[in-house]
Design a protein around this ligand. Structure first.
Ligand SMILES: [Zn+2]
Length: 309
């Protein structure tokens, strides 16, 4: 069985964001605490005992406290069920949580060479000593099996693939420590239980749904997909910032070229939005946008949602 726990569903900043007074953030602080959401990450396991994180968000500590599956096993003085972390990009909301995993437990970081170069260029990540925390490069279109700390097989195979996207925003206009073009800066993942053949896709950032991506996702049992903004210009029109979704490498939920329209009719069993920005009105239950998304078969998950395939 492939188990997936949504540790967090929000985009960078979370809900509420520390410095934001938008309608969603105000409600999340006040009469609607159920709107609160931590920054996007999932945990996956094939055996229920060993878990792998997809991205390590700045909210990781809070997410681990809230997730019993990820607590140290009873009777062990030092232990973590987390055997590894797969990074899909080098954004702060994908890597900052690594710094909360610095107390000496062994695990493996799986990431594209571009993202590993970012970690290497930032010496603060040296707190994760390479004798305990292996850094394993992964390659686009090359499947690999996740390993447990003792080297044995986890039963989970990952296929990383390139997704239209952007480099981390703090690297915009700067030399990338990993050099080269944009390849490897944004990955999607196909995550498969090798015993059962069940699988899901994880795309927390995606700037465009190409025909090739449609073909890939067609017929999937479960897809987690970029739900950052409802409308491309919503942050500008709400007065929250100058960036469009596209300029941040994120497709909108709505519109002819949006995620809802693009992924319609692909025979995907379960579609879940992740990485949802606090400006997105689809977060609000009862909103017109929420009912359009749900009416099209999409789910906006609460943190802690567990799915078993
Ligand atoms: Zn807000």
């Amino acid at each position: 069985m492939l188990r997936v726990v949504v540790l967090g569903a929000a985009a960078g900043g979370g809900v509420p964001q520390w410095n934001c007074g938008c309608a969603v953030c105000r409600k999340a602080r006040g009469e609607h605490p159920e709107l609160q959401s931590t920054q996007a990450s999932i945990a996956v396991s094939a055996d229920g005992a060993h878990w792998f994180l997809v991205n390590a968000s700045p909210d990781l500590r809070q997410q681990l406290i809230a997730t019993p599956q990820l607590h140290p096993r009873a009777g062990r003085l030092r232990h973590s069920p987390i055997a590894g972390v797969i990074l899909t990009n080098g954004e702060i909301d994908a890597v900052a949580g690594l710094l909360s995993m610095r107390e000496g437990s062994p695990f493996t970081i799986y990431a594209h060479a571009k993202v590993l170069a970012i970690l290497k260029a930032n010496s603060i990540f040296n707190v994760l000593g390479e004798n305990n925390v292996r850094r394993q490069p992964i390659e686009v279109d090359r499947p690999f099996e996740l390993r447990l700390p003792d080297g044995s097989e986890s039963g989970i195979e990952i296929l990383p693939f390139t997704v239209p996207g952007k480099r981390a925003w703090y690297l915009e206009g700067k030399a990338h420590p990993g050099g080269g073009d944009g390849t490897g800066d944004t990955l999607g993942l196909r995550i498969e239980d090798r015993t059962t053949g069940k699988y899901c896709y994880f795309l927390a950032a995606c700037a465009e749904v190409t025909d090739a991506l449609k073909a890939r996702l067609s017929g999937a049992p479960l897809v987690f997909f970029d739900g950052t903004v409802w409308r491309d210009d919503e942050m500008i029109s709400a007065g929250l910032g100058a960036k469009t979704g596209q300029s941040m490498g994120h497709i909108a939920m709505s519109g002819d070229q949006g995620a809802i329209a693009s992924l319609a009719g692909l025979d995907i069993d379960r579609k879940i939005f992740l990485h949802i920005n606090n400006s997105n009105p689809a977060l609000l239950r009862g909103s017109k946008e929420r009912s359009i998304a749900e009416g099209a078969g999409w789910q906006i998950p609460a943190d802690g949602t567990e799915i078993v395939l």
